[in-house]
Design a protein around this ligand. Structure first.
Ligand code: FES
Length: 117
């Protein structure tokens, strides 16, 4: 069994919310994406930027001009250094094949628990 860190209570990280925890070499951001918890290392695979201080926003999809849909889940995280974007749901870059490091998050009672960092 790996390491285990209590991040906080469930009501501290509502949908759209996040919390940073200083664990591991770079720290980890824990995000509530539409009711699902995701955790990523605070290290951008491009040049090592502090990914977790980047902005979040929803996916915006368009099939034709002037028509678009917004996901409403703030699942995209944008690195503050050069603007690479990553999907918090799978950790994959929107612009290439780079992937951010993700971690397991579990809910135990009313606690959010981070594992394996
Ligand atoms: S270090 Fe993150 S985009 Fe360059």
């Amino acid at each position: 069994m790996g390491t285990r860190h209590v991040v906080g209570r469930v009501d501290e990280i509502p949908p759209g919310g996040s919390k940073f925890v200083q664990v591991g070499k770079f720290g980890v951001g824990v995000y509530n994406v539409g009711g699902e918890y995701r955790a990523v290392t605070n290290y951008c695979p491009h040049r090592g930027g502090p990914l977790c201080v980047g902005m979040r926003y929803p996916v915006i999809e368009s099939d034709e001009p002037y028509q678009f849909e917004v996901s409403g889940s703030d699942e995209i995280l944008k690195c503050p250094w050069h603007g690479w974007e990553f999907d918090l749901r799978d950790g994959i870059s929107e612009v290439g094949t780079k992937r951010i490091r993700t971690h397991t998050v579990r809910v135990e009672g009313d606690l959010v628990v981070l594992e394996g960092v």
